[in-house]
Design a protein around this ligand. Structure first.
Ligand SMILES: [Zn+2]
Length: 446
């Protein structure tokens, strides 16, 4: 054997038959995921179209045929754009991995930053740069679809309130902020991967969990105000009512705020943010404009239901457990050369592979997790039923029903989604089931 074969021989020795099965499994997973999503989208389009000519019976006195058809056309337009996005996303993922995109980016950045003067700091810089560059490129690829969403579909159905200038300013601010926040976190995680020994993933988990908790305070207080204006709720009567409801539910929030959501979109919403005593209730101005005080109270009672049932903490714990499992898996995979080679990347020989492993992992994770999405969606819908049942007990259930109908209509959400599309993608129950559950509270929380 000539010396030129040494590298390849080494690879063969460490993982004799890792290559083919991982490559094929991954390719099959990407295609399975993409085709499932395309199949669901086409089902959704067909189902909505088939029900376009008549408003469902239980809504016929509240929703006009015109509104129903607008919702059908809006769902169709969104689904058709997603159809193209899903196909492109799968091609891009294969481009990054098996077709060599990440490998090319890795060798270029390593050759530029690390190889000329190898040192611990150049290794760290190169790895952080690799992950940031990958994120930036992925963001750039996403821009055309994002533009089509805002200025194509949303614009056509009268929901978009942004100018191209607003969009560009949001995108630049968002990117700058991401770089500012993510760079130190990535550097800390990569440093731990290199320095903290076999249990690095426990330390890295500590860093990520700490960052997440910090963001729960930092985001509502400093970041959200960079994008929207928050003003105290002016309507004294409504504020008093909301405070009475919160007292009744044993909930303390410091601020009741109105957000100028109408600056960007006509879609309406309300939410809670913050931790401990810094909790705040945020109403979109669009929500206050379309709902009566009774309805606002009922919607808020629903949100309080999420708190009462500890849905937010449960979600946080799930995210934490999942990231712990993910980091442990990453720790094992990064040690194995077959992981890189099988997914289309040559591992580094004279530089750490942690950044590369993290990049690869971030790329393949969504495709791998997609098959679990029915489970996550089911769990979320179950929580929505629980929050509705709580709201029905604490406020007027009829007001919640009429608020939901207004929100479905104003947001042009279809009343007739495809059941399989719902199983995979709906975090909230479809309107028909949701209102039926409100009418017979004993059967909720299925
Ligand atoms: Zn909810």
């Amino acid at each position: 054997m000539s010396q030129a074969y040494t590298g390849a021989m080494l690879m063969q020795d460490t993982s004799p038959d890792a290559l083919p099965w991982l490559t094929w499994t991954f390719a099959a997973l990407v295609l399975l995921q993409a085709f499932t999503r395309l199949w669901l989208l086409s089902r959704q389009v067909q189902h909505v179209q088939a029900n376009r000519s008549a408003v469902p019976d239980s809504f016929s006195d509240r929703v006009s045929l015109l509104e129903h058809q607008k919702a059908a056309d809006y769902s169709g337009a969104k689904a058709r754009l997603e159809f193209v996005a899903v196909a492109v996303e799968a091609a891009v993922l294969l481009g990054w991995t098996l077709l060599g995109g990440l490998d090319l980016l890795n060798t270029s950045l390593r050759g530029w930053i690390h190889d000329p003067a190898p040192s611990a700091s150049s290794a760290l810089t190169y790895q952080v740069a690799l992950l940031l560059a990958m994120g930036l490129i992925a963001g750039l690829i996403e821009i055309p679809f994002d533009l089509l969403r805002h200025f194509g579909v949303e614009q056509r159905f009268g929901f978009n309130r942004m100018s191209l200038r607003d969009y560009a300013s949001d995108a630049l601010k968002g990117t700058a902020l991401n770089l500012l926040l993510m760079t130190p976190v990535l550097a800390a995680v990569l440093w731990l991967m290199g320095q903290a020994g076999d249990a690095w993933w426990l330390w890295a988990f500590g860093v990520l969990a700490g960052f997440q908790l910090l963001m729960m305070v930092v985001y509502p207080t400093w970041i959200a105000p960079m994008f929207n204006r928050f003003t105290p709720l002016q309507d004294e009567a409504l504020a008093a009512r909301v405070r009475r409801l919160m007292d009744r539910c044993g909930f303390a929030a410091r601020d009741l705020l109105v957000m100028d959501g109408s600056r960007r979109s006509a879609h309406a919403n309300a939410y809670f943010t913050g931790l401990g005593r810094a909790k705040r209730v945020v109403f979109f101005d669009t929500l206050l404009k379309s709902l009566t005080p009774d309805e606002v109270e009922a919607v808020l009672a629903h949100e309080l239901g999420h708190f009462r049932h500890r849905h937010i903490s449960q979600r946080l714990v799930m995210v934490m457990l999942a990231s712990l499992a993910g980091l442990a898996l990453l720790g094992a995979a990064s040690q194995w050369s077959g992981f890189y080679v099988g997914l289309g990347v040559q591992p580094n020989l004279g530089a750490p592979n942690d950044g590369l492993a993290l990049a690869l992992f971030t790329l393949i994770l969504p495709a791998a997790l997609f098959l679990l999405s029915p489970l996550g969606a089911w769990w979320s819908r179950r929580q929505e039923y629980q929050a509705d049942a709580y709201a029905a007990a604490q406020a007027d259930p009829r007001a919640l029903s009429s608020a939901l109908i207004k929100l479905y209509t104003d947001n042009a959400s279809t009343l007739t989604p495809d059941p399989w599309y719902v199983r995979f993608h709906y975090s909230h129950p479809p309107a028909v089931q949701r209102l039926a559950a409100l009418k017979s509270p004993l059967e909720t929380a299925r």
